[in-house]
Design a protein around this ligand. Structure first.
Ligand SMILES: [Mg+2]
Length: 302
């Protein structure tokens, strides 16, 4: 929590400095390698009651029709009727079959060229993580995220070495030091720090550059509104090894996400965030929108 709060203050200071100097944040970070930031669309299929392969496929098709060229799915499911114990996370044969069929449904719907990302939220054990990574090989994932809990880099290395499916982690790691061992021992194929949690924009750039020493791409986790997306985009623009940034379908579907910020132009254009050239981050908090959606009885800070 301390580092997350520190990240918010750090990010606000980049915004203020950019505004004071009349420069976009990417310029303060040393310049940009690219003008637009590729995103994968988290389809939110896990929020639906219908989690069949057909429903997963349909949501993927919808995202591709909106212009996205990469989609993401969660396959961890606490309420799967084939899960026999609330605390043990060894997936049963029924769960494994459900996971495979869902992602096969996505691959069938989008064809061979769209990238598919899969997240297991660090819930399963080694045997399951290894089996899922191996099982997904024919579906050619962009990555399999957190197949096991985040704390044990040696266990990640074993899973990584057991299959050809690219393995990634990072949203539960903090500061550049939190990524050091993952990279040094070759525990992951891709790192995905959350720049709103891991130490901020400067630390995010350091983490990306550290990963680049190991030829590991940088694909930040991101669930922090369009403001967080644009703040992250400045870092993504500033490093050579940026791969892809997370994006949420609900930014389009829930009015709150447009009302709590002000910005120019489209949020996303054909699967890419156009990088802001305005001073600072380039996306502002809309205080009226924030007040409207703030939890009742919680004082609004100004
Ligand atoms: Mg995740």
């Amino acid at each position: 929590m301390y580092i997350s709060v520190l990240s918010a203050v750090e990010t606000a200071l980049w915004d203020l400095t950019g505004k004071a100097l009349g420069m976009p944040v990417y310029q303060l970070l040393g310049g940009k390698f690219r003008d637009k930031i590729r995103v994968y669309c988290d389809t939110g299929a896990y929020r639906e009651t219908d989690t069949s392969a057909e429903a997963f496929g349909k949501s993927a098709k919808k995202a591709v029709d909106m212009g996205f060229n990469a989609v993401k799915y969660d396959i961890d499911e606490r309420n799967d009727p084939n899960k026999y114990d609330a605390y043990n996370w060894t997936a049963s044969q029924g769960e494994l079959e459900r996971m495979y069929n869902q992602i096969a449904g996505v691959r069938k719907a989008v064809g061979p060229k769209v990238d598919i990302c899969v997240d297991m939220h660090g819930r399963y054990d080694m045997t399951t993580g290894r089996r899922v990574a191996k099982m997904m090989e024919p579906l050619n994932l962009l990555f399999l995220e957190e197949p096991i809990p985040a704390e044990n880099p040696e266990a990640y290395k074993q899973i990584r070495e057991a299959s050809n499916t690219p393995i990634c982690a990072g949203e539960n790691h903090y500061l550049a030091h939190g990524f050091r061992k993952l990279l040094e021992i070759g525990a992951v194929d891709i790192i995905m720090p959350d720049l709103q949690k891991a130490g901020g924009l400067g630390e995010g750039q350091r983490i990306a550059n550290l990963a680049n020493l190991y030829y590991v791409p940088f694909a930040p986790h991101m669930v922090a509104s369009y403001l967080g997306a644009m703040a992250s985009s400045h870092v993504c623009a500033s490093v050579p090894n940026f791969l892809i940034l997370e994006w949420q379908i609900y930014f389009h579907e829930e009015p709150m996400f447009k009302e709590i910020v002000t910005f120019d132009g489209p949020m996303v254009d054909k699967g890419f965030i156009p990088l802001s050239n305005k001073p600072g981050i380039g996306v502002e908090i809309n205080e009226e929108g924030m007040k409207k959606y703030a939890p009742k009885d919680v004082p609004f800070f100004v």
